[in-house]
Write a protein that binds this ligand. Structure first.
Ligand SMILES: Nc1nc2c(ncn2[C@@H]2O[C@H](COP(=O)(O)OP(=O)(O)OP(=O)(O)O)[C@@H](O)[C@H]2O)c(=O)[nH]1
Ligand SMILES: [Mg+2]
Length: 189
């Protein structure tokens, strides 16, 4: 897929016409601060399409971005597991994510589960992977921030992550250095 345009459409917190307007959705999901927004920016080659890093855990909506005039939507999901949020805010984020994946009757064309390569597969990620498998959603895992590790640590962590996640479909990625972009674009096309 060649991305020629990207623009924010809207944020939703529940059922909404945009979920069912027939445009395929690629959903980006993962723990808070792993780099979901940065990965989207790196794919569309824009530094500021999606806000990065300012207020972790403050994104509470499903944010829809139109790619190539609605050829596809990129959906930026709120990050789960942000320790500094209160329990009720965390719960409402987790509810929104599981609603989208389990109950909304949306079938995303692809779900991109983003991890921080140093943190690896957390309990939350394991639950998400189980949910994705149960629902039969197509997904690919992105191990982001590989620029933080040297080559040796990187390949060690990659094989651990593949083992823990139970899938070979794990892309080594750096939103910062734009590594893995072609591979991820191929996986979501
Ligand atoms: N070194 C490095 N830092 C990164 C990379 N990707 C993102 N970051 C940094 O990680 C922090 C979080 O990035 P975001 O893209 O805001 O993460 P997010 O997952 O969207 O976070 P929430 O929206 O809070 O859930 C920022 O300070 C980014 O600059 C990367 O590939 N390498
Ligand atoms: Mg974000």
């Amino acid at each position: 897929m060649d991305i020629t345009s990207a623009e924010f459409v809207k944020g939703v917190v529940g059922s909404d016409g945009i979920l069912f307007d027939g445009v395929p959705q690629v959903a980006f999901i993962g723990r808070s601060n792993v780099g979901k927004s940065s990965v989207i920016n790196s794919l569309v080659n824009r530094n500021k399409l999606v806000k990065v890093g300012k207020k972790p855990g403050k994104t509470t909506e499903l944010n829809f971005f139109s790619i190539n005039e609605r050829q596809v939507y990129f959906v930026d999901l709120p990050g789960y597991g942000y320790a500094k949020l209160g329990p009720s805010q965390r719960e409402s984020i987790e509810k929104l994510i599981s609603w989208y994946l389990l109950y909304s009757e949306v079938k995303p064309k692809m779900v991109v589960l983003i991890l921080d390569i140093k943190a690896g597969v957390t309990d939350f990620d394991q639950q998400t992977i189980a949910m994705l498998k149960e629902q039969g959603h197509s997904f690919v895992i992105v191990a982001n921030k590989i620029d933080k590790l040297n080559q040796k640590e990187r390949s060690l962590r990659m094989s651990e992550i593949r083992k823990e996640a139970g899938t070979e479909e794990v892309i080594a990625y750096s939103a910062k250095d734009k590594k893995g972009v072609e591979e991820l674009l191929a996986a979501i096309s």
